[in-house]
Design a binder for this molecule. Structure first.
Ligand code: AMP
Ligand code: ZN
Length: 669
């Protein structure tokens, strides 16, 4: 079998397995077998870039980095939907329809309204061409690279009757299970959890690094075909058609012949929706017959043939008993309402978020008030209003906490910040413990043998007050502690000792500098290469680094301006913790191994910038070529190499190296 055929066969097998697993929920091979096939394909593609394909199943893992999303015009406008909230609204809508369609019977399709981010996918000749956000309805952002990482989006269609070009519209949603998992991880890292699935889903679409998107368990639910001369006559049958081509179209859809039928569907799903794995916020009712739809047309904003019916967010009334204040790792204060226990959407609720002082003032909520509590898309219920008629005449406005509930320090609030802070970084227990917990966490120093409870105990016993103190711990000090056996004490000490091998970029993240998350830490580490250089960098220098904005730059400068932080770093350095980037990961400077070579650079790179790459070529004896010709020795290609360049390279048989290979070859020489 030819290599090309082998690659193509593997691709179509993998497309099929993906579809079985992610769309049909019915896998026919094990995860392991799947991974093996994918690895095999990846290896073949690496060896034979001439057969590369943008829609290969290997592209699902992401990797492409988009600096700025291109704006794309929608071929067919993406309309909004009119909303209705009652039976009367729906009947009034039917009346309007019947004025236009007088003679014929009217059928409706009822679907759920999925609560996520809308998306338009364009397919040409059965292949995914583009994925664009709704934007303002006329034009949106090209998020194709990110959408490709969502496994239930078919990259290649199957079946019959597929129009040569069409758009399909749907919603990108984040199912609860994955959402909660993401939040658990964030909480473990001392980060603020995401508030709801909708914003998290739409935020995910705009991440610059598609491999980050690939890690998020997003789903794409589709509901509408758009195009010229499509082989469909009704909305309901089009759903089946789309399903047969490989799209994930929820089965929860019915065809009814009256508004009464619509209401039956609404009533069933108003409660049953709580059992679904993803968020829904209503029902969408569409006139089923596409010819009737055409007759009805659109208003300036929405189709006349469709209507959203919004479920009421479940609301209950209960008493606000007290307000307490939580202190996070960074000292940020969050007010929490303590309520008389009450049932909402099947769960008992005792607490609700109050966000910050402004929110409390806006609601004018007071202790003893009867408050309206709602559980919408948010995980934490919120107070949406106060029943002022029931308010006690003697009630007083709520005085926001002046001091920290944990350490009594006077709280501060800086201009432009919605939250109050406890400034007592050094000895406010949740901050002390939170910082250490962050330091040892999996994505930071990954210290084995030490968990959150032990950290709290060690702090309480006065053995540590700072993550740098971990390195002074001795087995003999630990043994007297509750539930601490010889073995676990040894594990703890060994775990801490082993952390000196953790690479610099993770150490930088572990320090817990505000706004310096995992990705930013990596960027800064690779750019500055050593902690001293980062310390020396001023605001302007920092902002000159890719993806580093004002907020992050300010925070880094502020961090290093504190002697205490620098003392911590000095101490870690003495203990052997990595404060420079591992040289073997870095490009080598100056050699003659590229002597006489002409090298073309194309695309976007991950580890080094294009400019650094060009500099490296020159420092190692090579010349940077501006365009591909028969004289080109090879091309270093990142993501997003242009298709015309690729074609030219293939035609001339010029070898293409990726970033990894280039760095490897330079370093191995
Ligand atoms: P709105 O954003 O409130 O104007 O509602 C319109 C949006 O509802 C559309 O842009 C879609 O993103 C979304 N939607 C969710 N489910 C459906 C569905 N089954 N049919 C049509 N639109 C839907
Ligand atoms: Zn405090």
């Amino acid at each position: 079998m030819s290599i090309e055929k082998e690659i193509k066969d593997l691709r179509s097998q993998l497309h099929q397995y993906n579809h079985e697993y992610y769309v049909l929920d019915n896998a026919s091979i094990s995860d392991y077998e799947f991974d093996m096939l994918l690895k095999k394909l990846q290896a073949l593609e690496d060896k034979h870039p001439e057969y590369s394909d943008d829609n290969s199943p290997t592209k699902r893992v992401g990797g492409a980095v988009t600096k700025k999303f291109d704006t794309v015009m929608h071929q067919h406008r993406m309309y909004s939907l009119d909303n209705s909230y009652s039976q009367e609204d729906l009947q009034a809508w039917e009346k309007r329809i019947k004025k236009v369609i007088e003679e014929e019977a009217i059928e409706y399709t009822c679907e759920l309204k999925y609560d996520g981010a809308s998306i338009s996918l364009t397919y040409e000749n059965g292949v995914l061409l583009k994925a664009v956000t709704r934007g303002d309805g006329f034009q949106g952002d090209d998020v194709t690279e990110n959408i490709k990482t969502i496994k239930s989006v078919p990259l290649r269609l199957k079946g019959n009757d597929i129009p040569s070009k069409f758009d399909i519209r749907g919603e990108i949603v984040l199912p609860f299970e994955g959402f909660h998992k993401m939040n658990d991880e964030r909480i473990a890292l001392g980060e603020e959890p995401y508030a709801n699935t909708r914003n998290t889903a739409s935020g995910s679409l705009k991440l610059q690094d598609s491999s980050e998107v690939a890690k998020r368990p997003l789903e794409c639910l589709l509901y509408s075909l758009v195009g010229d001369q499509l082989p469909i006559e009704t909305q309901f049958t089009s759903l089946g058609k789309a399903r047969s081509w490989g799209f994930k179209v929820p089965e929860i859809a019915v065809k009814v012949d009256s508004i009464e039928g619509v209401l039956d569907f609404v009533n069933v799903w108003d409660t049953k929706r709580h059992q679904l794995p993803y968020e829904t916020d209503g029902v969408v009712i569409k006139v089923n017959d596409l010819k009737q739809q055409e007759l009805l047309g659109h208003t300036a904003k929405a189709p006349r043939w469709a209507m959203a019916y919004k479920f009421k967010a479940e609301q209950v009334v209960t008493t606000l008993e007290s307000v307490s204040y939580q202190v996070g790792r960074t000292g940020a204060i969050t007010p929490v309402a303590n309520l008389t226990a009450v049932e909402i959407a099947g769960t008992t609720v005792k607490r609700a978020s109050l966000h910050n002082a402004d929110q409390i003032a806006k609601l004018d909520v007071r202790v003893g008030d009867q408050v309206y509590v709602e559980k919408g898309g948010e995980i934490i219920p919120k107070i949406v209003g106060v029943n002022f008629e029931e308010r006690d005449v003697n009630s007083q406005p709520l005085a926001y906490a002046a001091t920290c509930p944990e350490c009594d320090s006077v709280l501060l609030r800086t201009d432009g910040d919605a939250k109050h802070y406890c400034p007592n970084e050094q000895s406010c227990p949740p901050q002390v413990i939170g910082r250490i917990e962050h330091y040892i966490s999996r994505k930071a120093m990954d210290i084995e043998g030490l968990g959150g409870e032990t950290v709290a105990l060690l702090v309480k016993e006065g053995l540590i007050n700072d993550f740098t103190d971990l390195y002074d711990l001795e087995v003999s000090q630990l043994l007297p502690l509750e539930r601490m056996a010889q073995k676990s004490a040894e594990n703890l000490v060994n775990g801490v000792a082993a952390s000196i091998h953790i690479p610099f970029e993770k150490v930088l993240f572990a320090l817990g500098i505000r706004f310096v998350g995992e990705t930013v830490a990596k960027k800064l580490a690779f750019h500055f290469k050593a902690i001293e250089a980062l310390k020396e960098a001023d605001q302007e220098t920092l902002e000159g680094v890719d993806e580093i904005g004002t907020k992050i730059a300010q925070s880094v400068v502020a961090y290093f301006s504190e002697t205490l932080n620098w003392n911590r770093i000095e101490k870690l350095k003495l203990k052997g913790v990595q404060m420079v980037i591992d040289e073997s990961q870095l490009p080598k400077v100056s050699s003659s191994i590229l002597d006489g070579k002409i090298i073309v650079v194309s695309g976007v790179f991950e580890k080094i910038s294009r400019n650094d790459l060009k500099k490296m070529i020159e420092e190692n004896g090579g010349k940077v070529g501006s365009s591909i010709s028969s004289k080109t020795s090879f091309i270093v290609a990142g993501d997003k190499m242009g298709p015309s360049k690729l074609a030219k390279a293939q035609k001339l048989g010029v070898e293409i190296w990726d970033e990894e290979r280039f760095l490897l070859e330079l370093n191995d020489s």
